[in-house]
Design a binder for this molecule. Structure first.
Ligand SMILES: *[C@@H]1O[C@H](CO)[C@@H](O)[C@H](O)[C@H]1NC(C)=O
Ligand SMILES: *[C@@H]1O[C@H](CO)[C@@H](O)[C@H](O)[C@H]1NC(C)=O
Ligand SMILES: *[C@@H]1O[C@H](CO)[C@@H](O)[C@H](O)[C@H]1NC(C)=O
Length: 914
């Protein structure tokens, strides 16, 4: 320090240096590369007079704020010096830098890239006037531990987003970016930074949710309050419930909704929890308020209700501006208020109702609530209130209730059986919602359920075995179980059995009915496990919640699923739930709160952007009404915040494509010929139905094995029908899609883009060829003449001997089934003729395949519905009959009933193949 070597004559300098080098580390020559960068630095500083010592070559010896290790610069320490100027773009050539301390100056211009500073551990660049950040700023900072860019107007006009280059900094502990013009959402890759402890992002223009990936971090400090943009941070706080390391959480002045997660009480070191000025709802959990570590807790200016929790002595607790039932911490709500609030929770705490339902007296002008006698609630009328969610069974505790009107909302789930306990109940109106499952028996009550597509119907594909509770013995194998454990399929068969007994066996009927009645009654009092009763949180409220809410429940209200429900079901579209990607988007497995599984298709934005919201909803609403045993049911949709999500019934065995082409990799059993024949018939049935709908013919346009799904009985359903219409018609997107499904498309479709039902027949023919050969329509790995399956197959199928070589070896082409295979090959050949009019229609395919299925006695016993066939019908007839009864009676052509007799419709212009 202070040894100014260059002030001495050369010789003296050398001798002194030799003498003191060991002690003082005086180096006459700092790495010239480093010096060059520092000189460039100095050049760009406006007030150079603040760095008088920056002279000569010996940067490591005498330059103020330059810290070296030997001859290389490893640190710059010039904080708070009032330096004004820019940083040179070659700054990252100081390759050995470990620390940068340039905070609290007046540096401006763009930040230089730090790319490749692999030794850099800490960079303080905060509190300057930097107004730009290069896109590769964070690249290859392999040893970065902390970075501080706070209070710089980085890209102020356009904003900037964090690049995932930060994943290259696995030791990053402290990321401080407050007031740096960040835009977009908090990136979910931050969850992969396992060492992250401090994430500080307040005063930016961030929007969107807290990424659920943060649950895998050991975050201690999460500061993201006061976002400045139009839409602030929002969504729920759920992820906080799984970060037990938190000590300081500042999320105030945002747009968060939902409840404070109970799990936050596991954060035993939590000191500061500032959640004021959001849209949070529900009860403030006492478990969190009781945390020993808590010192500051603010929940003021939200939509909380219920009791005010008690906090420990000395905790600074602010709670004003809410809708609590009492005015002092620790006071309980009245019994009826508790029930009504439990109900409100189920329907997502709509803001308007929360605001009306404050205080501890529900008879004091609460919206939709009327009372009788000594202040008992007798009427709950919340029709057309945009309620989205479940009917909480707690409603059954309102003992004086006479009228419950919840019609024209977006309710999902089942009608709670707890209503059966209400003696005074007269009217329950739940019409025009999206409820499912059985209607509980309520004697003497007028129950109005119309306009609920799935009510009293077999609930869509629940996991097998989930109906193992009461009543499972009388449901047919493979039938769905309703969420509350009752099976409506079972009910139907019970009725049939009862009628039989009445007619045939009077002696046993009394006894049987007693048993039966007991069985049916019992589930009435079965309460759902608490975690299934109601969603933990709330509709996506938010800045525009009013408008968003009202558009949710309109004329298509009974098919709407709230976004939060689908996000929760899919764990925020967690890639681990991805079932597959198709031409229209990605499909995720989802588990709803009532335990049922659904498939959620997230449409690619560019594929649906061309369609207006109205048009999209109308189209989806139409598709939702198309129900058939061989079509994957579209249960609903969601169009919130630019998402286009479709909710389908869940098919447990995945796609035909997996079973046909990838069974070895997937560890599946190969499909035998019998199974393939049934699949072909199922697909033909589904397609025939689409082509013959009375009110609207639906052309699939994209039939292929990855759009054919299998259930647990290896029976097939066609999916994705009608979606092609949602895509914009412009050429580019058509071409993209053509590329995806090339090979399945009829020549006229590929050439002109024009389709009719015969284009689907062509695709069906291709699928038949794949079923026979086990080969994909296109496979570059096959020899030249066989790359395209269709021409090759059409060629060899004309030659008996050659044809045998084309059959999937797995099928062990015995003479027994070769006939059946040949017949299907014949159908495939006809279906893929060049001239559309020369192809048969789906009705013909159904007839051909139906007769083959009949000839073929299944080699394995089907675990199907064989034991519930009404008498006088063949199993085949009965199968279709029963399923058609269950499917909705739309004004549709039912030509597929009784196809085993060979009746089918010839479509206009169709030509019989034989
Ligand atoms: C944000 O940073 C700017 C400088 O870029 C400063 O003037 C302003 O006061 C800061 N705002 C907050 C809230 O800290
Ligand atoms: C926390 O509470 C203390 C008083 O208990 C108060 O002085 C301090 O300002 C509070 N901190 C915050 C961040 O509100
Ligand atoms: C409703 O009544 C049941 C049984 O009496 C009770 O366990 C439950 O806590 C009550 N629910 C509410 C919200 O009061």
């Amino acid at each position: 320090m202070g040894l100014h070597c260059q002030d001495y004559p050369q010789i003296l300098l050398v001798s002194i240096c030799i003498i003191v080098a060991f002690i003082s580390k005086c180096n006459a020559d700092t790495d010239p590369g480093d010096v060059a960068v520092l000189e460039a630095f100095l050049t760009n500083i406006d007030n150079k007079e603040l760095l008088p010592s920056w002279k000569g070559n010996d940067a490591c010896g005498v330059w103020k704020g330059v810290i070296c290790d030997g001859k290389t610069v490893k640190g710059i320490s010039l904080q708070g010096m009032g330096l004004s100027g820019t940083l040179p773009s070659n700054f990252n050539q100081l390759g050995s830098l470990t620390t940068i301390s340039l905070q609290k100056n007046n540096l401006y211009g763009s930040l230089p890239s730090l790319r490749g500073l692999s030794k850099l551990q800490v960079a303080y660049l905060n509190d300057n006037q930097f107004d730009g950040i290069p896109s590769d700023f964070f690249m290859n900072l392999t040893n970065l531990v902390g970075i501080y860019l706070n209070n710089n107007p980085l890209n102020k006009t356009t904003g900037w987003t964090l690049p995932d280059d930060l994943l290259g900094s696995p030791q990053l502990t402290n990321l401080s970016l407050y007031n740096t013009s960040l835009v977009g959402s908090i990136p979910s890759f931050l969850g992969k930074l396992g060492s992250l402890q401090v994430l500080s992002l307040p005063y930016n223009s961030l929007e969107g949710p807290l990424p659920s990936s943060l649950n895998s971090t050991s975050l201690q400090v999460l500061i993201a309050n006061s976002q400045q943009g139009q839409s602030q941070l929002g969504g729920t706080l759920d992820v906080l419930g799984s970060i037990s390391t938190l000590t300081q959480v500042w999320l105030h002045s945002n747009n968060f909704s939902g409840e404070i997660p109970d799990g936050l009480s596991k954060a035993s070191g939590l000191r500061e929890l500032l959640l004021n000025s959001n849209q949070l709802t529900g009860t403030v959990p006492q478990s969190v308020a009781s945390l020993q570590s808590l010192a500051n807790f603010s929940v003021d200016n939200n939509l909380f209700d219920g009791p005010i929790p008690k906090v420990g002595d000395g905790v600074q607790f602010t709670y004003g501006g809410n809708y609590f039932c009492s005015s002092k911490p620790g006071e309980n709500c009245s019994a009826e208020v508790s029930v009504l609030l439990a109900f409100l929770r189920g329907v997502g705490y709509p803001a308007a109702i929360v605001k009306s339902w404050s205080g501890n007296d529900p008879c004091n002008r609460w919206a939709g609530v009327s009372c009788i006698g000594d202040n008992q609630v007798s009427v709950v009328n919340l029709a057309k209130r945009n309620l989205i969610g479940y009917i909480d069974p707690a409603i059954g505790n309102l003992s004086a209730l006479t009228t419950l009107k919840l019609n024209d909302n977006g309710l999902i789930g089942t009608i709670p059986t707890s209503l059966a306990g209400l003696k005074a109940l007269k009217v329950v109106d739940v019409s025009n919602n999206n409820l499912n499952g059985p209607v509980p028996t309520l004697s003497g009550v007028q129950v109005i359920t119309e306009g609920n597509v799935n009510i009293n119907n077999v609930a869509p594909s629940y996991p097998p075995g989930s109906n193992s509770s009461s009543g499972s013995s009388d449901s047919p194998p493979g039938s769905g179980a309703a969420p509350n454990g009752k099976s409506s399929g079972g009910k139907k068969s019970n009725s049939a059995v009862i009628i039989g007994i009445v007619v045939g066996c009077v002696v046993f009927i009394v006894l049987f009915l007693i048993v039966f009645a007991y069985k049916r009654k019992k589930p009435k009092f079965v309460r759902l496990p608490t975690e299934l009763q109601a969603p933990r949180h709330v509709t996506i409220n938010g800045a525009g919640s009013g408008e968003a809410g009202s558009s949710l429940v309109g004329s298509h209200g009974n098919m709407v699923y709230p976004l939060w429900v689908l996000k929760k079901a899919t764990d925020d579209f967690n890639p681990t739930n991805l079932l597959g990607k198709g031409g229209f988007g990605s499909v995720y497995e989802g588990k709803l709160e009532d335990g049922s599984k659904v498939a959620v298709k997230r449409m690619d934005p560019e594929l649906v952007s061309g369609k207006g919201l109205q048009e999209f909803q109308a189209e989806i609403s139409m598709l939702g009404k198309v129900r058939h045993k061989n079509l994957v049911a579209l249960l609903g949709y969601c169009t919130e915040s630019n998402e286009r999500l479709l909710v389908y019934e869940y098919m447990h065995q995945g796609t035909l494509s997996e079973h046909l082409f990838y069974w070895e990799e997937k560890g599946l059993k190969p499909l035998d010929w019998n199974a393939r024949l049934y699949i072909a018939l199922d697909v033909a049935h589904g397609m025939q139905y689409l082509h013959n709908l009375a009110y609207k013919i639906i052309i699939h346009r994209d039939l292929k094995p990855s759009n054919i799904l299998l259930d647990d009985n290896v029976r097939a359903k066609v999916s994705d029908f009608g979606l092609a219409k949602l895509a914009p018609e412009d050429k580019a997107s058509l071409e993209t899609r053509l590329a995806g499904t090339f090979g399945y498309l009829a020549p006229e479709y590929a050439a002109t883009g024009r389709v009719n039902t015969k284009s689907d027949v062509y695709s069906f023919g291709v699928v038949l060829m794949e079923l026979i050969t086990g080969q994909k329509v296109l496979d570059e790995k096959r020899s030249e003449d066989k790359i395209h399956l269709v021409p090759w197959f059409r060629h060899v199928s004309r030659e008996q001997e050659q044809f045998r070589t084309a059959i999937d070896p797995i099928l062990l082409a015995t003479d027994e089934n070769i006939k059946s295979i040949s017949a299907v090959a014949e159908l495939a050949w006809h279906s893929t003729q060049r001239e559309p009019n020369a192809r048969p229609d789906m009705g013909h395919a159904v007839a051909v395949l139906g007769s083959l299925v009949k000839q073929w006695k299944p080699s394995t016993v089907e675990t199907d519905d064989d034991d519930i066939f009404p008498s006088g019908m063949t199993p085949e007839q009965a199968r279709w009959k029963i399923f058609d009864d269950l499917s909705l009676s739309m004004a549709a052509d039912r030509s597929d009933v009784g196809t085993s007799q060979g009746t089918f419709h010839e479509g206009p212009g169709s030509v019989s193949a034989r």
